[in-house]
Structure formats: C-alpha cells, structure tokens
Ligand binder design. Structure first.
Ligand SMILES: Cc1ncc(COP(=O)(O)O)c(C=O)c1O
Length: 381
C-alpha cells in the first residue's frame, strides 16, 4: 500500500462494540473508532445480519436502475435529515460528498467561489483539498482548484467581508474535527445562516464527522438550530461500509441535470442495506442521547485531568467528539496509551481526539481515563 498513512505498530484483527483485539489477542478500548466510522460499535449484530442477508440477495445495482434497498434507505435518510433537506446524491466517502457539494454550489448559483475557513478539513481529493486548509496537505499538489478562499474561523466579520458577487457558497464544519475539535461560539453558525440568506449564498455544512449522533444531537447543526442548504455526510452512515451522502434542498439538488454527476457505486444495495440497519440501530438503541450523556461524563473526567496536569491546556468538544489539547506533541502519549490498551486519535500536532463508538461503556471510559492519568503523569515528570 502507498506509504501515506502514519502507521502504528499494531495489527488489528477483530472488534466488538467499543473493543478491538490485535493479532496477539491483546484487547484495546477503541477511542479512535476507525476515525469516527465505528459509531455503532464494531460488528454490530444488526449490521452483520443486514449485510449477510443483502449479500445473498443483490450486492450491486447501478443507480440507472431502481432498487428497493436504495429506496428504503433514501426514505429513512430524509426522515432523519433536517427539514427541507430531502434530495440526496450517494457516493463512497466524505471527500466525494464534498466534491458533489462544490459542483452543486457552482451549478446552482452559476458562481465560482467557495469560502472555507483556516483550519478546515474537508478531505484530500482535488476539490475537497482546495477547501482543506493545512499547508502540508495542499502545497505538494498545487495548483489546486481555483476560486477557493479561506477566512479566519469563527469570525463573522471576516466572513462577511469575504463574500462577494462571485461567491457560490460558504463551506464549514459545524465543529472542526481534524482542526483540533473546535466548537464555535454560539452566535457564529446562526450568524452565518443569516449572512448566506441575505447575500443569496449557499451554506454547505460538512457534517462528515459531526453527524449521526456523534455530538449528542443527530446532526451537529442542531446545537445551534441552523439548517444548511447542502449537507455532506459519510463515515458512520453505513455501519462501517464506505458511503458518502450529499443531501440538499430539493430546488438546489435539482440544478444537476442527467449525467452532470455520478459514481459507479452510487447507492449500492449492499451499502444501502447496511445504512438502513445503521439508522434503525441508532434510533432503537437511543444512541444520540447516550452520546450526550456519556460525552458529558467523559468530558468531566478529562477536565479533572486538566485540573491535575499542567501539560493539559484545554478540553473541548460536544457529545462523544472530544479533544484534549496538550502543551506539546501528542505522538508519544498516543503510543504509550496504545501500549496500555487504549487507542486514541490525534487532531493536529498537540490535540488528542476521542471518537469512540457511542456504545462505549462507562467502565471503558473510566479505564481510558486511568490509562491517560498514568501516561500523562509520567510525561509531566
Ligand atoms: C469533516 C470532514 N470532511 C471530510 C472528510 C473526508 O472524508 P473521507 O476521508 O471519507 O474522504 C473528513 C475525514 O476525516 C472529515 O472529518
């Protein structure tokens, strides 16, 4: 495989709920959650059942033919998306969901410019990468797609100045994930919504990381009562199978004409069957409320560590999307906690990021905290 992933020295072979095991049988609490994909827990029985059943029935079916599982999924999807977002394009990843949103914004408005924020992460394909901020991802691949501008984050004044008559859309993550788990001030997103309405600019929310209950609401934007015109979804929506979803207001999505966008795998029956089971499990197991409750508990415990150790600068996040900023590089801590059976993500150089399955148990959070306590304590010595 191409040498593009910062590898950790471990071979994972099995998973169940919030736990994974390596090739030697060692157990880990999975606070990486496959970068947020394993939201329902690993090998959720309902996903396994749905995938097995659909695999025996029909795996592939191009979107130029109708398919009952795709229809069922689309119906379930628009029953949970914010009101008015009821036309979807299905793809295979977060970056693809953003690519679709960028094309759609240009097509709908007839304007070229997309405004994103410094610190944003929207994926690494050329269009999505043009909206992503980090130089290390962008610079080797210049020239990127033209007419992308970045403004300082959470700054309505700068954003207002940046909007011109060339602007098609403002593209934002409700909470910046890769950019350090940064929650905006409460008046920011409502202010952006107002600005976009006033200037007839589309608001695209990239909810690839913040949706499906992750933050303690079904969609991150619900924390601020804001509905975008276009929303990008991916990671956990198919219970672990690859999916990307761009969902938009009907009149916006209708700007696409036949052939202007497509993907061979768009809405495959296998993925749609898994996605139906994923929505059912999320609702039936009341995982959104669980994320809010357990997230609050987890955050309190992280804040106790912050009070105890000087190297912990800040704890941030909502629900089970949490970040702990340290005063230096987190790489060592990530490797040491892994040694002790806890997998943690980073979000930039000095932020530990926690995206555990929402089925994580309180005791598993306690164990994670006690391992962190020990490892951070050693580091601070
Ligand atoms: C907010 C956001 N947008 C887009 C992406 C890209 O998703 P993918 O890696 O599935 O292409 C990510 C991935 O982490 C993300 O967090």
């Amino acid at each position: 495989m191409a040498n593009v992933f910062a590898k950790r020295p471990v071979v994972i072979t099995r998973g169940k709920g919030a736990l994974v095991w390596d090739i030697n049988g060692k157990e880990y609490i999975d606070c990486m959650g496959s970068y947020g994909v394993a939201l329902l827990g690993h090998s959720h029985p309902k996903i396994v059942e749905a995938v097995c059943k659909q695999a025996e029935t029909l795996i592939s079916c191009h979107a130029s033919l109708y398919n009952n599982k795709r229809t069922e999924f689309l119906q379930k999807l628009v029953s949970i998306t914010p009101k008015g977002l009821n036309k979807a394009f299905l793809s295979n990843s977060g970056a693809e969901s953003v690519e679709c949103a960028i094309k759609l914004a240009r097509k709908y408005t007839g304007k070229p410019e997309i405004i994103a924020v410094m610190g944003a992460f929207h994926g690494k394909t050329m269009g999505a990468l043009s909206a992503t901020w980090d130089k290390k991802y962008r610079e080797p691949f210049q020239p990127l797609v033209p007419e992308f501008e970045h403004v300082p984050p959470d700054n309505l004044e700068k954003l207002t100045e940046a909007v011109t008559d060339k602007t098609a859309a403002v593209l934002l993550e409700p909470i910046r994930g890769e950019g350090g788990v940064r929650v905006p001030p409460d008046d920011f997103l409502p202010g952006v919504r107002e600005l976009c309405d006033e200037k007839s600019v589309l608001l695209i929310l990239d909810e690839v990381q913040t949706s499906f209950g992750r933050t303690g609401k079904l969609f991150g934007c619900e924390h601020w009562g804001v509905t975008p015109d276009v929303m990008c979804l991916a990671k956990p929506f198919a219970g672990g199978l690859p999916i990307g979803i761009t969902v938009a207001k009907e009149h916006v999505m209708s700007a696409f004409k036949v052939g202007e966008h497509s993907s061979t795998f768009s809405g495959s029956p296998l993925v749609c069957a898994a996605a139906c089971a994923a929505i059912d499990a999320l609702v039936k197991e009341k995982l959104v409320g669980r994320a809010a409750n357990l997230g609050g508990y987890f955050k309190d415990k992280l804040e106790e560590l912050q009070a105890k150790y000087k190297i912990v600068k800040e704890v941030r996040g909502l629900g089970l999307m949490l970040g702990m900023e340290l005063r230096y590089d987190v790489r060592n801590i990530i490797l040491k906690t892994m040694d002790q059976g806890v997998l943690i993500l980073d979000a930039g150089r000095n932020v530990l990021r926690f995206l555990p399955p929402l089925v994580i148990e309180k005791e598993q959070i306690d164990k994670t905290i006690s391992v962190l306590d020990e490892v951070i304590g050693e580091e601070e010595k």
